[in-house]
Design a protein around this ligand. Structure first.
Ligand SMILES: Cc1cc2nc3c(=O)[nH]c(=O)nc-3n(C[C@H](O)[C@H](O)[C@H](O)COP(=O)(O)O)c2cc1C
Length: 191
């Protein structure tokens, strides 16, 4: 079994990467194959609206990490996506990834695959719930399933890189999110 963990933060070792890594721990423990796809070190160019994908099923943009990502999405059994709140939205880097995924919309690569969402912002009510909705909307638009953490997706409040390491409750909730995705995957496999 294989999971892909995507972080939308441009900041390496920031709070989102820490939480995504924490959510991936249960997968390592269960022997899953894990891919960390962190946009702090990957390049996804924005969609240019040429609509080539609508005509040919392939994207006209070359020279970035989208080809690798598509093969990972095709081969994964589950996903985790996290993003900081940027202006009460996902980051531009993650939005570019969502837009570029238009190329796979007719191939149902994510259909029935369970996915979890993580949002981090400095503010209380800083847009984390919107970020969770936007990630869940990506899942639903792609035919993937939204897996809850303790209640919704994981919403966290942190600012400086590493702030989240002081919040054991949020780190534990990240692991719960990972464990829930594994449970959903096992239910899907049994059915
Ligand atoms: C351009 C920009 C916009 C931001 N907008 C928001 C926001 O709307 N709401 C919020 O709570 N925090 C906002 N923040 C703070 C980040 O979400 C916060 O620092 C977060 O911990 C960054 O995550 P990271 O460490 O994974 O990069 C913003 C930060 C930047 C740089």
């Amino acid at each position: 079994m294989k999971v892909i963990g995507i972080s939308g933060s441009p900041r390496k070792d920031g709070n989102t990467e820490i939480l995504v890594k924490e959510a991936l721990k249960p997968f390592y423990e269960k022997g899953w194959e894990v891919t960390e796809f962190f946009l702090s070190s990957k390049s996804i160019k924005p969609c240019i609206g040429c609509e080539t994908c609508n005509e040919t099923g392939t994207c006209a943009i070359e020279g970035d990490d989208m080809g690798f990502l598509i093969s990972e999405l095709e081969n994964c059994d589950a996903l985790i996506i996290g993003s900081p709140a940027y202006y009460r939205n996902v980051t531009a880097q993650l939005k570019a990834l969502f837009d570029r995924s238009f190329v796979i919309k007719n191939r149902n690569l994510l259909a029935g695959k369970p996915g979890g969402a993580i949002a981090v912002g400095r503010g209380e009510g800083g847009g984390q719930s919107l970020v969770l909705s936007i990630i869940h909307n990506f899942y639903l638009s792609s035919g993937a399933l939204c897996v809850p953490c303790e209640i919704n997706g994981l919403s966290a409040r942190a600012d400086k890189p590493g702030d989240i390491l002081k919040q054991e409750k949020r780190l534990r909730q990240a692991r719960v999110l990972g464990e829930n995705i594994i449970k959903y995957s096992e239910m899907i496999c049994r059915s």
